[in-house]
Design a protein around this ligand. Sequence first.
Ligand SMILES: O=C(CO)COP(=O)(O)O
Length: 248
Amino acid sequence: MRVPIIAGNWKMNNTISESLALIEAILNSKLSAEVEKVVAVPFTSLMEVKKALKGTDIKVAAQNMHWEDNGAYTGEVSPLMLKEIGVDYCIIGHSERRQYFCESDETVNKKVKSALKHGIKPILCVGETLEEREEGKEEEVVKRQLLKALEDVAKKDIGNVVIAYEPVWAIGTGKTASSEDANNMCGFIRKVVGEKYEEEIKEVLRIQYGGSVKPSNIKELMAKEEIDGALVGGASLIAEDFVKIVNY
Ligand SMILES: O=C(CO)COP(=O)(O)O
């Protein structure tokens, strides 16, 4: 049984006080205990949000990290710093980081390995652009991203990796991949990872869909065999919507 995992990616939104107000609003509602819940908040809010969530079953994620423990990397945040705060997960390789901040398959791989080494669970993002999909290359692109990101990742660690399939053209655009397309790609991801490791991995690997997930489409997505959760952007900034998505 794969426990469903719904994560809100706040992106570059919410100051510390705004973050705490959103957490308070979320905690005012009853959230399903059967779903693993994660909020990926800006670095500046991590510590306060972690404290505010103490005693709840909501996990905290960073949205990025450097792969080195420390060093001359001005402006970067290391896994040790995240670990001390008690961060549980870290989003790695989000398409916005690939697109705007030169994140490559190589740096994604370094970050995934570093996160695992430090006991931070990566939420590894993969997904094709519209152009790549129109050229029929979506599987080729996602397979390349996956195999490179998981290079030298040991079999014993793979159960701690969550994969998020986020087609770039569906992010923040209001366009959702059809539940069939999302399901097919999540199935393809499961197959690729199963081939790289072993068949049993397929049973435990959790794969999220991300891209314009809303209260109105979550049920249909989660009903699909291969989709184990969602990585939610815009809708996770509205407490009521996030709660509805978690309680799908
Ligand atoms: O990028 C996303 C989550 O990481 C998806 O964002 P939206 O839900 O705003 O489309």
